[in-house]
Design a protein around this ligand. Sequence first.
Ligand code: AMP
Length: 567
Amino acid sequence: MTSFLAFAQLCQKVEALSGSLEKIDLVAAFLSGLDEAELSVACSYVMGMLFPPSQNLVMGVGPRILYEALAKACGCPAELISQMLRATGDPGLVAAGIVEKRRPLGFAAFQEALPLTIADVYKRFVAIAHASGKKSQDTKVKNLQFLFSLAGPLEARYIARLAIEDMRIGIGEGSMRDAVARAFSKSGVDAEKVERAYNLTNDMGLVAVNARRGTLAELSVMINHPIKMMLAQLGESIASALGEIGTAAIEWKYDGARVQIHKDGYHVEVFSRRLENVTASLPEIVSAARQITAKSAILDGEAVAIGKDGRPMAFQDILKRFRRKYNVEKLAAQIPLRLFLFDLIYLDGKSVTDLPLSERRTLLEKIAGQNPTSSLLLADHVLSSSVETAEEIYRQALAAGHEGLILKNPASVYAPGKRGKNWLKIKPVMETLDLVVIGAKWGEGRRASLLGSYRLGCQDTASGNLLDMGFVATGFSDESLVELTEMFRELIILEKGMEVEIKPAVIFEVAYEEIQHSPNYSSGYALRFPRMVAVRYDKSLEEADSLERVVSLYRGQRGRNNSIERQ
Ligand code: AMP
């Protein structure tokens, strides 16, 4: 049984290193010494992910629950916790400091006799994720309290960070893929094979266990395991995209939100673009999927909210539907969704990802045939190499209130998680950046009780850190500020006068007039006239834009015109 202390020591060493190769080496060496159950847990934990999406488990622990558990475990006043937070800005260090201060004499001997194991921590986290109902808050606090009362300072540091899913050790999917490949290279595993398996299963633990057994190639698409979605690359123009693809499948780019539907007999699960299980929020998508005439299938499509005027409603409205957990039917009446299916990933027990799009589409038409009375719709799909035809379809899509076109290569396979030239999107919108909210400022006057401006960060892919790009304060209605304040209040890590530091969890899509050099921010860049366009609840942190993208947009903007299309 591997102790949690050993895991925490690994994290500490990895955190202290700056080079990713050394980090990968350390993680690989650690993984190769674990048994299967530990391996499966440790792989996810190193990445700061507590449960793979297929398990449909969510921790739901914010800073508040965490500090309550700490205060109770260590019998320390809440005031001390806020003081330490002000000093360190890191919940992990706060937990370590408090546990250190409150450790009873003789604790080391006690811990040696009864060490906390990786399995113990996993068990408690599962109990926390299963907590539901009125007492769920209590259950969460108690389980965390139990862990903190058995933990030494170093363990507490990583228990705290894990609990709020913010590991800060600089290991993302890419480094983890390389570490698993290195740990099991003797069984013929390489990074490409690990990546393929991860894109299919989204479960690094499962991938690592199969890598260890030498059965990686056997992993395939599985029903009820969300698979990474194929993504579209930005096309320069319709003509250049058709030049690239030749005869293309021309589809509308619907203005909605992505859904991946797993139908297994009568049982249906729906996953969002971030692979969250959103089944309970989308009953009409579930009943639409039940009309599919296949025993089992995984389908890819777009959920679109159609307003009374027949046009798509705002993206924010759709996302309200995705986030709603209670009174779903009431909201569904106000914001009804329609499903447009455009791809098929799995059919009756078999993956069809390796079939060309044209064949997948034929199969999709067979099982979701156009029945005008059903709520099942297929995305329009026209095969053509003609620029005029594509332009006409583009005009129709825009006139109907949708985003543009996606031109697809009919011969292409379904490539999970890949953004490539086989799907080219054409949109007539200014470029925007997807940035992470890392802080905020309380407003003044009328808005004194609201968080009125938000500090944005882009990703530094090398270090895994978020780099400051300044504030955005426009693009919000009073109503949306109330909603955002409520949401971010739960994510406040640290208060410094009028400013707060926020746990990175939410992405804003931001428009701007120009990117400028700025020595005032750690990214070295700032946005001129930034304006919040949308809260991208559908995007995960890894999807936030990188400093490289900011720099390349900065360079590209010399002499630019406003018709540059949005990524
Ligand atoms: P973007 O989010 O700008 O990268 O554009 C890709 C997104 O367009 C996909 O993730 C889908 O949610 C959406 N989309 C809308 N219509 C289609 C379509 N016909 N085929 C593929 N994706 C589509």
